[in-house]
Every structure is written in structure tokens, then in C-alpha cells.
Design a protein around this ligand. Sequence first.
Ligand SMILES: [Zn+2]
Length: 166
Amino acid sequence: MPPRSGVIMATHFPAGHPMAEHDFRRTALNASHTLIECRTLSAGLYQVTGQGGGVQTGDTLICTIKGSSDLPLPLEVAKVRYLINPPGQWTATAKGPDLRGQSVLGWSVQCDECARDQPFEFLAYDKDDLQERTSKASRRITELGWQPRGDNHLCPKCARLVAAIS
Ligand SMILES: [Zn+2]
């Protein structure tokens, strides 16, 4: 990717431009690009400021949902503007999920086998009842590699061990 300079309004891109995915989550260790700010402009519309990464229109930016430490927020770049100063800094308008009425909840799960405790986060509507929250929590820990066993759960490590011996 050639270095960019000047102010570029990239509202169009040539056909065949490969859509790139840029992971800006705090848990992602990538020093080549940095997220400076991600703020909500309106429902489902975000403004992202970052540094580096060669971000272009149509790319996907994986940010972190506000109020969470690692919940991914995938955003599609609608427009990106590069700044002359500081060099490499850009501001993008991006489309994403409408998070109104939803909150990040922090729960924890304990392994039925080794008793390891893991805190985790998930997104739920404020109007969700306990049953809906519980099913969203279950979905999230499944994404994290936990497996159900009866009413309880096994951590990814124990789930692998149990699978190996049975
Ligand atoms: Zn375990």
C-alpha cells in the first residue's frame, strides 16, 4: 500500500478494490494502526478517528463497544478523509449496529470441572428479562469457547479434555 498524503475524499473506490478488515479492538495487538476515537453520531452511524492502516471506503473496522473491554463493534466505512497533519491520521464515517436501548452487561461463569471463574461481557436490550439475558449470556460464552454441560458450563480447556477422553 503506497503511503498517503494530503486530504483525500475517498467516496468511491476502483472496482476490484479488496475490502479489508481492520481490527482496532483493545485486545488486538497491532501497532501499525491505532484507534483514536469512536463516537456515535446517530443511530447506527459512527465517526471513527484513527491513525494508519490504509483504511478505505467499504472496509470494515472492528472497534470495541463503548463501556465494554472486548465486545466487538463491526463498522463499515462509508467515507474516509485523510489529514495532512498529523500525517496518517484519518476520520471515517461508518455504519454499524443501532445500539440504542442496549447495554453492556458484565457477568461471570464458573467451570463445572475445574471451578475456574471467568468474567465476560455481552450486549442485551434494557427491556430483556432474565431469561433473554441468560440466553444472550450463553451465546456469548459459547463464542468464547465454553461448552454447556447440563445446567452448567465447561471452560474451553476442560471441554477439550472431556471431549478427548469420551
Ligand atoms: Zn475448567
